[in-house]
Design a protein. Structure first.
Length: 318
């Protein structure tokens, strides 16, 4: 008895994304970035504001991460920042003679990098720190501002002589016209978006490394004018692994946290035809994929077909 033995090697495609190269450093005195509308209208019903930050206890009432509130007597906005006395992240309705917001239970004023996210849906706001939900609040306040979105500064707090300029470093900043879910937030904490995601309206990663313009990574063109802030190579660590994230695909990689469009769906069919000595044999693999840019290799076979011997085919004869 002779046998035809088929050996198969199963390969995984994985790309490792390095962390960012640059952040921007703010002196706490007069540095800020003006990003125009920030991709947000004057009174959006739904929004998300997010940023990586690194700061210490400053003694300010609030160290502003981003806001559109630049007049002490209105208009109103939802301001994302850090309480300069407690070091807690804050997100709240910020208006004429009132602040109605959420304080995190986590101290982010410890000179380490933290990922801060605030979402608004109607009259309800939520705060997240480092991928953990921190609290929610529902309140009815006037809302809306036609001022530009500033990163690191609030003109309103300037007018009432309250310290508000951010003192520390800010990494990636993003705005959305949708409410990100906890799952979304945890994903983008590890692996930043590409700039083409639905609902992403402003994205500044500060990877220019020099100059006075922070370019918007979306197609919306909300480039930011950098006022005083300087580039730094101190950046948050992000572990982004790109690969196939569909567990039903043949080349599924459980370690990947960003899908790169290479998922393959392959099948092997075998019949009971007896192949005798002197006959020829042709083995083939048929691959299908739902993604146009996926490239399926013959070596990318079902997960059940492990490396090594997968099938044998008996021949007639000795």
């Amino acid at each position: 008895m002779r046998y035809l033995i088929v050996f198969i090697t199963f390969l995984l495609s994985v790309t490792l994304y390095g962390q960012n190269d640059y952040s921007l450093s703010f002196d706490g005195d007069d540095d800020y970035i003006d990003v125009g509308s920030g991709g947000l209208g004057s009174a959006p019903n739904v929004l998300t504001q997010e940023a990586w930050i690194k700061t210490t206890i400053t003694g300010n009432y609030i160290d502003v991460i981003m806001t559109k509130r630049h007049n002490g007597w209105g208009p109103d906005w939802v301001t994302l920042g850090v309480n300069g006395n407690t070091g807690h992240a804050v997100f709240g309705f910020d208006g004429d003679h009132y602040w109605d917001g959420i304080d995190s239970s986590i101290n982010v004023g410890d000179n380490n990098w933290h990922y801060i996210v605030g979402t608004k849906n109607g009259n309800t706001i939520n705060l997240y720190v480092d991928g953990d939900f921190q609290g929610t609040k529902t309140a009815s306040h006037p809302f809306g501002s036609s001022y530009n979105l500033h990163i690191g500064h609030s003109g309103a707090w300037d007018q009432i002589s309250q310290g508000n300029h951010f003192n520390g470093k800010i990494g990636e900043v993003r705005t959305w016209d949708i409410e990100l879910t906890l799952s979304d937030i945890q994903q983008y904490m590890s692996c930043p978006p590409t700039g083409n995601e639905e609902g992403l309206v402003g994205y500044w990663n500060f990877e220019e490394g020099s100059g006075t313009t922070a370019f918007d990574q979306t197609s919306n063109g909300n480039d930011g004018a950098i006022n005083g802030a300087t580039y730094s190579t101190d950046v948050p660590e992000q572990n982004c692994q790109s690969g196939c994230t569909d567990s039903l695909a043949n080349n599924y990689n459980p370690e990947a946290n960003q899908d790169d469009g290479t998922c393959c769906y392959l099948t092997i069919a075998q019949n009971d035809t007896t192949i005798c000595e002197g006959d020829s044999i042709s083995l083939g693999v048929i691959g299908t994929t739902t993604l146009q840019n996926a490239v399926c290799l013959v070596s990318e076979l079902p997960a059940g077909l492990n490396n090594g011997l997968s099938h044998f085919y008996p021949f007639c004869g000795n």
